[in-house]
Design a protein around this ligand. Structure first.
Ligand code: SF4
Ligand code: MG
Length: 318
């Protein structure tokens, strides 16, 4: 069941010298009930820009975001406010989104009070319940954010984001600032809560192995474009886009048995202001051919749940 769908989402930002930065270029993605869509790519590829539309922190220049069939990019005022209950977000660094003068109780319960879900007298019980949900002791309600570890603060951020029982949770590099062992426990918690509550998750991360471990489906972004979409379990073996292969090759153990050759990734991603004509990846692509400069590859189906934007896998008009 598709509950959230991005259709032809494009976002342009004006840049210096009258230039235009295209941060998102015709993005089409679907989020399925109770599943995780992982969005992976290097920093600056437009993943965070895209996810911000889902939580109404920004609106696209073009395109629609349909939540249960309704375009949320057009919402205003009270309707927009009400819609925020359904789609919540956790950021990389909770300290920057928490007021350091507020106790954990007030931080966690703030959304519940804002939407009149509880009375002030019910805060203690509500906070305890939410802290227990994220496996923190109820006594933490009286602490301040700076008296907690990074992992504990991220649990608080998750408790706060889930307080309103949203249908969709967006995690933007939510574990990237944590030690690997702490990262793992937070991922396990998220996976457990997803199963219990049937939450739909959008997981943004630059680490493809982490994305693979906790997503059902993976979308790979490059310079504002989605270049490949496929089931997470197929990633290592069946991903074919030269950029995806490069990401995989740069992360996974060499001991793994790949059916496809692994290419070393060449150079740095160009600035999103200097996206080349034709295929955006062609400047770094080891397999580029003449057609790649002349024509931009479109995302098209290469398998049942597998889409790729690369001329090498474009079976039509070759
Ligand atoms: Fe490489 Fe060409 Fe495919 Fe782009 S379209 S990824 S340049 S082979
Ligand atoms: Mg980001």
């Amino acid at each position: 069941e598709v509950i959230l769908e991005a259709k032809h989402v494009t976002r342009r930002f004006p840049a210096s010298g009258g230039r235009t930065l295209v941060a998102n270029n015709d993005i089409n993605l679907k989020f399925y009930k109770g599943k995780t869509l992982g969005l992976v790519g290097e920093s600056g590829c437009g993943k965070s820009t895209f996810m911000r539309f889902l939580v109404s922190l920004d609106t696209p220049s073009e395109g629609e975001i349909l939540y249960r069939g309704k375009d949320i990019t057009k919402l205003k005022g009270e309707e927009l406010r009400q819609n925020r209950q359904h789609i919540q977000m956790v950021f990389q660094d909770p300290t920057s989104s928490f007021n350091p003068k507020m106790k954990i109780r007030d931080i966690v319960c703030e959304p519940l009070l804002n939407f009149n879900r509880i009375k002030k007298s019910e805060m203690d019980a509500a906070c305890r319940r939410l802290l227990e949900m994220v496996e923190l002791p109820g006594e933490f309600a009286d602490r301040y954010p700076h008296n907690m570890s990074g992992g504990q603060r991220q649990r608080v951020a998750i408790a706060r984001a889930l307080a309103l029982e949203p249908e969709i949770l967006i995690l933007d590099e939510a574990t990237s600032a944590l030690d690997v062992s702490v990262q793992q426990t937070i991922i396990e918690l998220i996976v457990k809560l997803q199963k219990e509550k049937n939450i739909t998750i959008g997981f943004i991360c630059h680490d493809i192995s982490l994305i693979q471990s906790c997503s059902h489906e993976v979308a790979v972004m490059y310079l504002g474009n989605v270049v490949e979409v496929l089931p997470a379990e197929d990633l290592a073996e069946h991903a074919v886009h030269p950029y995806t292969r490069a990401l995989i090759g740069s992360i996974f153990d060499i001991g793994m048995d790949f059916s496809k050759p692994i290419e070393e990734i060449k150079g740095e991603a160009p600035s999103p202001l200097d996206v080349p004509a034709g295929c955006p990846f062609r400047g770094r692509c080891p397999k580029a051919v003449d057609r790649c400069a002349a024509e931009k590859p479109k995302l098209h189906q290469v398998g049942a749940d597998h889409e790729v934007a690369c001329h090498l896998f474009d079976k039509e008009d070759k």
